[in-house]
Ligand binder design. Sequence first.
Ligand SMILES: Cc1cc2nc3c(=O)[nH]c(=O)nc-3n(C[C@H](O)[C@H](O)[C@H](O)COP(=O)(O)O)c2cc1C
Length: 275
Amino acid sequence: MLASLERYSDSVFRTLCYNHGAELTFTEMAHVNSFLNRNRGSLQKIKPKDSTPVQIQILSSNEGKLDRFLSGFKPFDGFMGFNLNLSCPSKDVIRQGKGAALVKRATKTGKLVALIRNHGHPVSVKIRLGLNQYEKDNKLYLNNLGGVDPDFFVVHAKHAGQSSGEPEDDSVYPECVETARGIPVIANGGIDSPEKVQSLMEMGVSGVMMGRPAMGNPAIFDLIKNEMGLNDPPRPVPRAADLGQEYKDLFDSIGGDEKYKFRFLKVVGRKRAIY
Ligand SMILES: Cc1cc2nc3c(=O)[nH]c(=O)nc-3n(C[C@H](O)[C@H](O)[C@H](O)COP(=O)(O)O)c2cc1C
C-alpha cells in the first residue's frame, strides 16, 4: 500500500505507484470540517483524476459532523472506503482531539468506524503507538486493536512524540496481530526491502504500507514483490531516475497540480527522500 503523504500523494503520484505495484493508495489527510466548509484545497484532495484504488483519509472526532459529511458524499470509480487517521502527530491536530489523540479513545474510534460503515462504506484505521512514551509503555493502542472493528488496521510503529528519524519498534507487531482478532494488520514505517517485508510477514502482518521509500522510488512496490516472488510473472521495473518522465507523461494525460509535480521531481531518484 502507498501511504498518505501530505503535499505529495496526489492523484498522479498515486497512479504512478499503482502502475508499479501498489495495490491500494490513500489520499493526503483532510479534516472533515474542511469538507463541510467547502474548502477548495481539501475538496481537490478527494477528487481523483482516474480510477486508481484509493481510500480517503480523514481526521475527525465528531460523529455529528462526520455524519453530515457522509450524508452528502458520493463514491466515485476507484473509491475503496475511508481511512480514519489516528496517527497524525501535529500539535494542532492533537489539540483538537484528532489524529494520535484518539489512540487512547477506543470507544470514540469505534463510534466513528460504525458510522462510516452504517453509511455503507469500507473503513480502515491508521494508528500510532500512542501520543507519547507513557501511552506506548501502557500499550493504550491495544484498546483500539482489541475493541474496534475496521476492515483493517495500519500500525505505524512509533508514538507521536518520536521524530521521523527515530527507528520504529517492530517488536510490537506480534501482539498487535494477536489482539486484532483476525482483522488484518498492515505494518508501516521504515520498510524498504524484501528482507524487512519478509520478517514482518513472519510476525503475522497481512501487508505493508510504504511512504518515503515510494517518494524516492515509486516502483519499489514491484521491485520488492518481484524479489519475493509475489509477481508471477515478474513485472518490469524501470529505474527510479526514469520515473520522473513517467510522472510527467501521466501528469499531461490525466492532469495534475504543478506544485505537486515540482515537489515530486525534486525527490524522485533520491535514495532517502525527505524526513
Ligand atoms: C511528507 C510526508 C507527509 C505525510 N503525510 C501524512 C498524512 O497526510 N497522513 C498520514 O497518516 N501520514 C502521513 N505521513 C506519514 C506516512 O504516511 C507514514 O506513516 C510515515 O512516513 C512512515 O512510513 P515510511 O517510513 O514508509 O515513510 C506523512 C509522511 C511524510 C514524510
